[in-house]
Design a protein around this ligand. Structure first.
Ligand SMILES: [Zn+2]
Ligand SMILES: [Zn+2]
Ligand SMILES: [Zn+2]
Length: 103
């Protein structure tokens, strides 16, 4: 009996009922002020970007994964800062690299 109930709880927490588990990384990030609206690394190597993302942990601005540089993801790999958002304040879009989805 007890084991069955534990199994149910695991299933719910794992999101098997269709509800994605909440991203707890969002609670850990301060509201950092974004830097200049440009990707420094792209500028340094003469690349252009599709979109810019801002790291919510430190405010680092870098290009999105669909840009040729992919420097936002590179920043995550180097720093473990988990969540980025779109740079435009009117775009309420956030991506968690740890969860691999929008949050
Ligand atoms: Zn997360
Ligand atoms: Zn870049
Ligand atoms: Zn960062």
């Amino acid at each position: 009996m007890t084991q069955d109930m534990q199994g149910m709880n695991m299933a719910v927490r794992g999101g098997l009922n269709g509800q994605a588990p909440r991203c707890d990384h969002l609670d850990m990030v301060p509201a950092a002020e974004p830097g200049l609206p440009e990707c420094e690394k792209c500028l340094a190597s003469g690349l252009s970007w599709e979109r810019l993302l801002v790291c919510l942990t430190c405010g680092w601005v870098a290009c999105s994964d669909d840009s040729s540089g992919g420097h936002a993801q590179e920043h995550y790999r180097e720093t473990d800062h988990p969540v980025v958002s779109a740079l435009e304040p009117e775009t309420a879009w956030r991506w968690c690299y740890v969860h691999g989805r929008t949050v």
